[in-house]
Design a protein around this ligand. Structure first.
Ligand SMILES: [Zn+2]
Ligand SMILES: [Zn+2]
Length: 145
């Protein structure tokens, strides 16, 4: 997002490193254009009935678009894997082949439980602060001695 007030916020393009005004996307206008071109090529390729069952590797070979980029489109949900059953890519965490989102079932439930634990810990710490911080306990102990 462009920050109002202090003018534009500059950032480096995640792809080529060029400095550009930050936007909702993480790449510069030049790379954005290139990616859009690549998307069109892949999309057009997959529109053809006979290409619907193509796997990732076949698409890379036929379109000469980088595998990484095609995976990016898949993760952005711009290419619907439900329409292309052979389109699978590795889970970001364990590398298992998946066809939707960025993580496999196992890793995403792992991540969720990690969040659950972290939240519980934070809540517990907050509780401890409210119902008696540790230094109080120490003070009380000293008095008892
Ligand atoms: Zn760039
Ligand atoms: Zn995984």
């Amino acid at each position: 997002m462009i920050v109002e007030g202090d003018g534009m916020e500059l950032t480096n393009c995640a792809k080529c490193g060029a400095v550009f005004a930050r936007n909702v996307i993480d790449i510069c206008p030049k790379c954005y254009k290139e990616e859009e071109e690549a998307f069109k090529i892949v999309y057009t390729f997959l529109q053809k009935q006979k290409n619907r069952s193509a796997g990732l590797r076949e698409i890379v070979e036929a379109t000469e678009v980088e595998e990484e980029l095609i995976i990016k489109f898949l993760k952005q949900n711009r290419l619907r894997t439900s329409q292309f059953p052979q389109l699978q890519y590795p889970c970001e965490s364990c590398g298992e082949l998946i066809s939707e989102k960025t993580l496999c079932q196992k890793c995403s439930s792992n991540m969720l439980s990690q969040w659950g634990e972290a939240k519980e810990q934070v809540e517990q710490e907050t509780e401890n602060k409210e119902y008696g911080p540790s230094y109080h306990t120490l003070e009380a102990k000293r008095k008892d001695e």
